[in-house]
Design a protein around this ligand. Structure first.
Ligand code: ADP
Ligand code: MG
Length: 352
């Protein structure tokens, strides 16, 4: 049993509190992703699990052990950083084996473990090279190999792909997913990139300002966000949000130039609402003329039409197939009402 459990975990730097009472369970063997905008506390929380930052208050368990006050080396974790942190004067093999050498493991054991990690990460051709003779992707594989060699209960990754170019990032993402499948260890992975979170995670933890906004499986967060923040963060392009008001048991949405009736319990007449509609759930209605197509971005398989409503409100609608509505065209916007989301304009909480 090597899950990770956080109980009311807090971090303060002097008077500034950056982590506000986090409760979380990461199951044994789970791939858990902490995602959120820059500065929300992802690295701090991960480093607290690693023991690189002291926990101001609360408790951290790894498996059955309370590790809250333990040194990093006693926790059974291995961390992979964005900047690789390799020793430049050591070869790939020496970099991977260094930790075990320092803890006095026999040479033969170290060599076996390096061979195993090298096989998993396809590093055999590079074992004698120095880091400077490797590409960014290869360096990051060595850093991951160094973690594998240590045989940790829990792998911790802090934005490991952020220094790679876009193509390599996708490639390494797939490799990390494969690695998790092959070794099955518990992994906690920090990223600001919602695509990485969606594609890698069994469980996503969305963080903002040191608080958890929502925890769930990727598709649950996409289909059933609890609040405006999660709805806007998960999904690309982002969900459209239009101001609305409760009027006569319906929602008046000027940005759609219409009222919408939804099967939810609405607040009182006149209450402010945010109306949420994903670009992929809406379509252009050639028979309508409420909106103007300002421009379209064609990506090949799909394109995005940027619309302006009569009052200047903006929204993005996805178009599929080969036809692209030209800029300047007047259109309407159609969508299945069950695909629309409502949020309280004041609290941002979902109205269901
Ligand atoms: P993220 O990894 O999500 O970008 P961090 O965990 O690095 O965010 O930082 C969270 C917050 O904690 C930020 O507001 C940052 O400025 C603050 N912070 C991080 N380290 C320190 C420190 N040593 N002293 C004071 N504030 C810090
Ligand atoms: Mg960070």
């Amino acid at each position: 049993m090597t899950g990770v459990v956080l109980n009311n975990v807090m971090k303060r730097y002097g008077d500034v509190q950056v982590i506000h009472g986090i409760d979380l369970e990461v199951d044994d063997g789970e791939f858990c992703v902490f995602v959120g905008p820059s500065g929300c506390g992802k690295s701090t929380l991960l480093r607290m699990v690693a023991g690189l930052e002291e926990t101001t208050q609360g408790a951290i368990h790894i498996g059955a052990r309370d590790v809250t006050g333990m040194d990093p080396s006693e926790r059974g974790v291995a961390m992979v950083f964005q900047n690789y942190a390799l020793y430049p004067h050591m070869s790939v093999a020496q970099n991977m084996g260094f930790g075990l050498k320092m803890t006095g493991h026999p040479r033969q054991v170290i060599e076996e473990k390096i061979a195993e990690a090298s096989r998993i990460l396809k590093l055999d051709p590079y074992l004698d090279r120095k880091p400077k003779a490797l590409s960014g992707g290869q360096r990051q594989r060595v850093a991951i190999g160094r973690a594998i060699v240590r045989g940790p209960d829990v792998f911790l990754f802090d934005e490991p792909l952020s220094n790679l170019d876009a193509e390599l990032r996708v490639e390494m993402r797939v490799e990390i997913a494969r690695l998790h499948k092959e070794i099955g260890a518990t992994m906690i992975y920090v990223t600001h990139d919602q695509t990485e979170a969606m594609t890698l995670a069994d469980k996503i933890v969305v963080l903002r300002d040191g608080h958890i906004e929502q925890v769930g499986k990727p598709m649950d967060l996409y289909h059933d966000p609890d609040n405006r923040f999660v709805a806007g963060f998960i999904g690309s392009p982002s969900m459209n949000f239009l101001d609305g008001t409760v009027a006569g048991g319906e929602i008046e949405v000027p940005g759609l130039a219409r009222r919408v009736a939804l099967p939810v319990t609405l607040p009182e007449e006149g209450h402010g609402i945010l109306f949420g509609l994903r670009p992929e759930h809406a379509e252009l209605d050639p028979a309508g003329e409420s909106h103007v197509v300002e421009l379209t971005e064609a990506l090949g398989g799909v394109s995005y039409a940027y619309l302006t409503a009569p009052g200047g409100e903006r929204l993005i609608v996805e178009e599929r197939g080969d036809f692209r509505t030209p800029a300047g065209t007047r259109v309407g916007v159609r969508f299945p009402v069950e695909k629309a989301y409502l949020f309280d304009a004041g609290t941002g909480l979902r109205i269901r």
